[in-house]
Design a binder for this molecule. Structure first.
Ligand code: NAI
Length: 327
């Protein structure tokens, strides 16, 4: 089976080649993303494999269908970048990896909290330069703090479990009812915003969740609260969060995802002029920590992603509609 693999990074090639032991798949690895211009690279392939910033829009899917490609496999959980209505109409089967390692993302969210709070990134650099002063490195105890978890799915609950271990009080918001551990108190969105010292976003990007953190919701938050987003950039209205950082409403911000990340993340732009004033503004704040969508990036998660994706390719080829199928 011939698969066009978009947005391929060296670590993707390694993990997929390692899993492809019987050489049942012939991967064509492209480091560029899938879009209207690059779709033709998939000519003669049976399937395409895409990641978070590859856009399977209606027009891209129509071009794939014209190439007689009827299988799209996502090597990620989120699927906001795929037009599923168009896929259904064109008879294209779309599969994703709904869960590979919720702990990988949850642990990254916790890493961001600890770094922002105890400023270990600053301490590391200071000590290397012979600066052993503690001034401006003061943090706060996590013990006893209210932590709000928005989205109580696999990652949200893995995150809540870790924070419970720190002795935090867990508040959770999710519109869908589900059974929760006793240490998570379910509250409404407004209560979560107004009572949390730290808020972590773990819900998918949907029309209903786009910009859920905006001027209005930020106004309800505690003065100086910490906000962590390891979910999807567009959950947060970027200019509103910049304003909230300027006034001190948001005391610390950790983002592993960014609304306009497509043009930036996963690329080495260190020798380029960055043409995005919002990210430059965010990078300029001393209390903002940005990582470039690395929440998923552990050995365990990559192996799991490769294994499930190969199984998805097989199931799609055989027309087996599993729970990983989106269309
Ligand atoms: P999940 O499907 O297990 O959980 C998502 C939860 O969000 C569900 O319980 C759902 O009911 C809830 N939800 C839906 N609408 C909501 C709303 N308006 N407010 C609050 N909650 C709402 O998904 P999982 O595996 O926990 O992943 C969550 C998100 O994490 C993904 O959608 C993806 O965007 C992101 N992600 C980020 C990664 C990274 O590397 N930074 C890697 C993997 C996922």
């Amino acid at each position: 089976m011939k698969v066009a693999f978009y947005s391929a990074q060296p670590y993707d090639k390694s993990s997929f080649d390692e899993m492809n032991t019987e050489k049942a798949y012939h991967f064509l690895f492209f480091d560029i993303d899938l879009n209207d211009q690059t779709v033709r690279l998939a000519e003669s392939c049976d399937a395409v494999c895409i990641f978070v910033n590859d856009h399977a829009t209606a027009s891209v899917l129509e071009k794939l269908a014209a190439l007689n490609i009827k299988i799209v496999v996502l090597r990620c959980a989120g699927f906001n970048q795929v037009d599923l209505v168009a896929a259904e109409r064109l008879g294209i089967r779309v599969y994703r990896v709904p869960a590979y390692s919720p702990e990988a993302v949850a642990e990254h969210a916790v890493a961001m909290i600890l770094t922002l709070n105890r400023k270990t990134h600053k301490a590391y650099n200071r000590v290397r330069e012979g600066n052993f002063s503690l001034n401006r490195l003061m943090g706060f105890n996590l013990y006893g703090k209210n932590v709000g978890v928005i989205g109580l799915g696999k990652i949200g609950l893995a995150f809540a479990k870790i924070m419970y271990g720190f002795g935090c009080e867990l508040l959770g918001y999710d519109p869908v009812p589900s059974s929760l551990p006793a240490y998570v108190t379910k509250v409404d969105f407004e209560q979560l915003l107004s009572e949390s010292d730290i808020i972590s976003l773990h819900c998918p990007l949907l029309p209903s969740t786009k910009h859920m953190i905006n001027g209005e919701s930020l106004a309800l938050m505690k003065q100086g609260a910490m906000l962590i987003n390891t979910s999807r950039g567009a959950l947060v209205q970027t200019t509103d969060i910049i304003s909230a950082l300027k006034t001190g409403k948001v005391g610390q911000l950790g983002i592993d995802v960014y609304e306009q990340e497509e043009k930036l993340f996963f690329k080495d732009l260190s020798e380029h002029i960055i043409d995005d004033d919002d990210i430059l503004r965010l990078m300029g704040f001393p209390n903002v920590l940005i990582t470039s969508h690395q929440g998923f990036f552990t050995t365990e998660a990559l192996a799991e992603i490769a294994s499930i994706t190969l199984q998805n390719l097989q199931d799609a080829k055989n027309g087996i509609k599993t729970e990983n199928a989106l269309s």
